[in-house]
Design a protein around this ligand. Structure first.
Ligand code: SF4
Ligand code: SF4
Length: 445
């Protein structure tokens, strides 16, 4: 049979998700067999009896809407988007995807665009914009953001709690430091020297594109610097492409259009590099979660699947590609500050199967004793715990973690998520470090 007569010519694939339409979540809703496992794993439902839980927010509300012309219940705004229900469900119901789309519909159709709540949520969701301007005058911004009367007014008028201290803006952003260090050219030279030092092929192609996210850029550049130094130690050349917010705070606030605009920039710039053979790495577990799971679930952007398939959390990448455990077990951390670490695994790390990683990696690292503080949620969930009306719920959820942290000797915590770090510090007064900083201390002289 000639190619022209091939029966494949008659094959026409069925369009399951027609272009430019939201993917149909109905099969997911129909997979729910009402076991309520998601409800028993929801940290908000555990402390707030009025919250109907993920089963209602997802499959039940979905079924209701198919039968009747009902609007999305306002309890959707009580879901913190921790995504623990996703990993708890034995039937793979796409709960957080349902919550994100329901929340977006609620914001679009039910929430007044002139209300203070809408604008408060919009400002919190677009943290990158505020941080960009604040980083131009960091000292003034730091003083202004924690000025008592201003905080009082923000709480009473706007609903941003005055119970928390605003995190400080760095006087030099990560990107400014990166440029000062020579950018990609500087990294190429340092990585090549490291490969020679390690006895590897100096011309080997070891290259990664770093998605630093907003927080490591504007608030904790030390995390981004640790990332660069650790990867260059292993002989990797880094590039730091143009990027916007990963969209995590926008998903949680029902602002999917904003999130999609940011995702388009991220998919385009990271996608171009993936085509050139780079892998994408992230130091924040919520950012890697967004790029890997939420983007392809929620958006239809060219290159989105390739980006999702080639995105890694930083230490996960080194564990797979290098002998990270071996190097750590032969190293010693001299910094006594890091001798006892209270480790909290962020919910979004759990969702990616990364919750045991840091403890396993540091088990044989001399000079460090890292203890797990349990599997509870920290309670802050990004912007959630910054809302005045959610503050008490957020702190109630965090209580178990605070108690377990207090049981650990020493006063230093460790986590991969910047907002979990805020909550850990707020609840205990501990200094909080990122696992990459521990690896830097062990391996980079
Ligand atoms: S995402 Fe978290 S807060 Fe929201 S319903 Fe699921 S478990 Fe509960
Ligand atoms: S855990 Fe899954 S199957 Fe069980 S009630 Fe929740 S959504 Fe349904």
């Amino acid at each position: 049979m000639s190619d022209a007569e091939s029966p494949n010519d008659e094959f026409e694939p069925i369009e399951v998700f027609p272009e430019n339409e939201t993917p149909d979540l109905r099969p997911g809703a129909d997979d729910c067999y009402k076991c309520s496992t998601c409800d028993t794993n929801c940290p908000v439902a555990e402390v707030d009896d009025d919250f109907p839980g993920p089963k209602f927010q997802g499959p039940e509300q979905w079924r209701l809407k198919r039968k009747e012309d009902t609007s999305v219940d306002d309890s959707i705004s009580k879901c913190s988007n921790c995504m623990r229900c996703d990993s708890a469900c034995p039937s793979d119901v796409p709960l957080s995807q349902m919550h994100n789309t329901a929340r977006a519909e609620y914001v679009e159709e039910e929430l007044s665009k002139t209300s203070l709540t809408y604008w408060r949520n919009r400002i919190l969701a677009n943290y990158r914009t505020s941080a960009f301007f604040a980083s131009k005058v960091p000292r003034i911004a730091n003083a202004a953001m924690n000025f008592g009367p201003a905080r009082w007014a923000m709480d009473r008028v706007f609903g941003i709690t005055s119970e928390r201290e605003f995190p400080a803006f760095a006087t030099e952003t990560f990107r400014e430091w990166w440029e000062r260090e020579g950018g990609a050219d500087g990294s190429r030279e340092r990585a090549r020297a490291a490969r020679e030092r390690r006895g590897e092929d100096a011309d080997a192609e070891k290259k990664v594109a770093y998605f630093h996210g907003c927080y490591a850029n504007y608030n904790t550049p030390e995390v981004g610097k640790a990332m660069v130094r650790v990867f260059e130690h292993f002989g990797y050349e880094l590039v730091v492409p143009e990027q916007r917010c990963s969209g995590t705070p926008m998903f949680a606030n029902g602002m999917l259009d904003d999130a999609e605009r940011h995702a388009e920039v991220n998919v385009s710039s990271m996608g171009d590099l993936i085509e050139q053979g780079y892998d994408a790495i992230a130091s924040c577990t919520s950012c890697s979660m967004a790029l890997r799971q939420e983007y392809p679930e929620l958006f239809d952007i060219e290159g989105i699947d390739e980006l999702a398939e080639n995105t890694w959390e930083a230490l996960e990448y080194l564990r797979v590609q290098e002998d990270l455990s071996g190097e750590l077990s032969a190293a010693t951390v001299e910094d006594e500050n890091l001798a006892q670490l209270a480790y909290h695994a962020p919910c979004h790390a759990r969702n990616q199967g990364l919750d045991g990683q840091a403890l396993e990696l540091f088990a044989d690292l001399a000079g460090v004793d890292a203890a797990d503080v349990g599997d509870s949620c920290s309670g802050i969930s990004g912007t959630y715990g910054w809302k005045s009306e959610k503050y008490d719920t957020s702190m109630k959820i965090g209580e178990e973690m605070f108690d377990h942290m207090e049981d650990v000797e020493g006063e230093v915590g460790m986590t991969e998520c910047p907002t979990c770090a805020m909550q850990m510090e707020h609840g205990t007064g501990y200094e909080i470090r990122h696992p990459l900083e521990i690896v830097e201390s062990a391996l980079v002289s």
